[in-house]
Design a protein around this ligand. Structure first.
Ligand SMILES: C[S@@+](CC[C@H](N)C(=O)[O-])C[C@H]1O[C@@H](n2cnc3c(N)ncnc32)[C@H](O)[C@@H]1O
Length: 247
């Protein structure tokens, strides 16, 4: 089973860490406000955060009153940062890949994941695993790269631009071809998995989930105008997709 652990690569990790530390980053400006608005009441809840990375969301969920948060991730470096910078009495971090989640023998009220599921080789199998780890009525709230975004295979320009570089529209090619994408991004072979929107929905419903809410990335206009190179593309194509589902 292919399990790239790119966040343990020194240059990839350093790049991610400095982007995440910059206050104008995709996580804080786009991802966190949307997923936060979709969360159920976290007070007293037992939470699992999959692909927890540096632990910012684990800390956030404790701040929202979660009884406990278990954060899992494949990357030693990300977990080391989380343990050092985002620890609390009721947060536990464990090194586990998606494919190893069956080792957790407890159930949860809320399972979350931020921008990690596009690294899953078998999305449908992961959703079945997660469904089995939720208590009845439990919620799965997650974000991941949008199928329109993961379609990009590195063989064309993501945007058609004016002569002065302004994005005119987003380009899409090979959307229907699912599977691994290896593109140049910080490293030469950054690996993620592309699935279509239909496969995403069917992965959720096939596992048994009821979809309560779906959102797509959007950026406040003042931000996209102020930082056009970073956020200007969101008007043409959503980078992320978000779901809240119920068991
Ligand atoms: C974009 S980061 C997001 C981290 C964190 N959720 C956040 O919002 O900042 C993606 C995370 O997914 C983790 N990841 C990638 N592949 C994984 C796998 N197969 N199993 C578990 N975690 C994985 C990475 O190590 C990384 O920490």
């Amino acid at each position: 089973m292919s399990k790239q652990n790119i966040y343990d690569n020194d240059s990839f990790y350093d790049n991610f860490k400095s982007n995440r530390a910059d206050s104008i980053n995709f996580n804080d400006v786009i991802e966190t406000p949307i997923i936060t608005a979709m969360l159920p009441d976290m007070k007293g809840k037992k939470v699992l955060d999959i692909g927890c990375g540096m632990g910012q969301h684990a800390m956030q969920y404790v701040g929202l009153g979660a009884a406990s948060v278990l954060g899992t991730d494949i990357s030693e470096k990300m977990l080391a940062y989380a343990r050092e910078n985002n620890s609390a009495e009721n947060i536990t971090y464990r090194r586990l890949a998606f494919e190893e989640l069956a080792e957790i023998e407890e159930k949860f009220d809320v399972i979350t994941s931020s921008l990690a599921f596009d690294y899953a080789e078998d999305f449908g199998a992961l959703m079945k695993q997660i469904y089995g780890m939720l208590n009845d009525g439990g919620k799965l709230v997650f974000s991941m790269s949008h199928p329109i975004d993961t379609s990009y295979d590195g063989t064309y320009d993501r945007y058609t631009r004016t002569e002065t570089g302004e994005r005119l529209y987003a380009n899409l090619r090979n959307y229907a071809v699912e599977g691994v994408r290896r593109i140049k991004w910080v490293v030469d072979e950054y690996e993620l998995y592309h699935i279509t929107f239909a496969t995403l929905i069917n992965g959720l419903t096939g596992a048994g989930f009821i979809i309560e809410e779906c959102e797509e990335a959007k950026v406040p206009e003042e931000i996209s105008v102020k930082y056009p190179e970073k956020f200007g593309g969101t008007i043409h194509q959503p980078q992320f997709i978000f779901f809240r589902c119920r068991k």
